[in-house]
Design a binder for this molecule. Structure first.
Ligand SMILES: NC(=O)c1ccc[n+]([C@@H]2O[C@H](COP(=O)([O-])OP(=O)(O)OC[C@H]3O[C@@H](n4cnc5c(N)ncnc54)[C@H](OP(=O)(O)O)[C@@H]3O)[C@@H](O)[C@H]2O)c1
Length: 245
């Protein structure tokens, strides 16, 4: 068991483009970060090196969040090492589009099992720890403004993110007042530009604030939620006004 009195965060998806910035910023806030990766071992180990400069007791492990056995094993390892859980940051996500008539069962399962099922069972494990500690805890899920948009060729992805937003409200109501549960719905963040279909300028024209999101825009919202103890069950769109279009 790690002895220090620092706050502890369990984070999925920390090897992601935005996820790695989030993990570093949480470590920078004084948290020990226990984070998971799925396919990107090298990125995860590189991130662990950086995080340990800020937070020496941080750890990482592989976990496929679409498999409940993997989630259970990651939490077993977590419990062996840490006496409490202050923050769950559920960021693991799969993202791709397929024309609606061509969506296969495998594609549906890959998106919905990673994004929605994975977030549900990760939250379920986290609240088992948090509800047995006097200090309660916080959960932040990562959704997407696409949850409220009608992207014809992204049905499984957008449905999974809409599901995450609804799970956020259900968990918030069920576990109040001890556990505060909120979701951040980013618009397009600059580091993900290569995955956007079509030229960037076309997209920027649809954003009232005239630019893509910066990872810092998301990080600042997370820090705001960490500071605030009177917000729960909310989805915060961080999108430069994109949903106003
Ligand atoms: N970046 C954006 O513009 C943007 C926009 C809207 C919403 N978001 C949301 O913000 C969050 C962070 O985004 P990001 O840019 O970091 O995403 P990303 O670069 O696509 O990274 C996805 C992360 O999820 C992990 N992952 C994928 N499949 C997994 C599985 N089956 N089990 C466990 N982990 C799995 C990946 O791990 P490995 O790499 O190790 O496989 C990686 O850490 C995501 O929830 C995303 O949907 C991002």
């Amino acid at each position: 068991m790690k002895p220090s009195g620092r706050k502890v965060c369990f984070m999925t998806g920390a090897s992601g483009k935005l996820g790695s910035e989030i993990a570093l910023s949480i470590a920078g806030q004084g948290y020990t970060v226990f984070f998971t990766w799925h396919a990107s071992e090298e990125k995860a180990l590189d991130l662990l090196d950086k995080i340990r400069w800020l937070s020496p007791e941080s750890m990482t492990t592989r976990c496929d969040v679409s498999k409940t056995a993997d989630i259970a094993a990651a939490f077993d390892l977590f419990r062996k090492n840490f006496p409490k859980l202050d923050l769950l940051m559920a960021s693991a996500s799969n993202f791709f589009g397929t024309p609606l008539p061509d969506v296969s069962e495998e594609q549906w399962d890959s998106l919905v099992d990673t994004n929605l099922k994975g977030t549900f069972f990760t939250m379920q494990e986290a609240v088992r720890i948090m509800q047995n500690q006097d200090s309660g805890g916080k959960i932040i899920t990562m959704s997407d403004i696409a949850a409220g948009m009608v992207w014809r060729d992204f049905a499984p992805y957008t449905v999974s993110k809409a599901g995450i937003q609804h799970l956020t409200r259900i968990f918030a109501k069920k576990y109040a007042p001890g556990i505060l549960v909120n979701s951040i719905a980013p618009g397009t963040v600059s580091q993900a530009l290569e995955s956007i279909p079509g030229p960037g300028n076309e997209l920027i024209g649809k954003i009232p604030l005239g630019r893509l999101g910066d990872p810092l825009d998301i990080v600042k919202t997370i820090l705001f939620l960490l500071e605030n103890d009177y917000i729960t069950g909310q989805v915060i769109n961080v999108d430069g006004g994109r949903l106003l279009h």
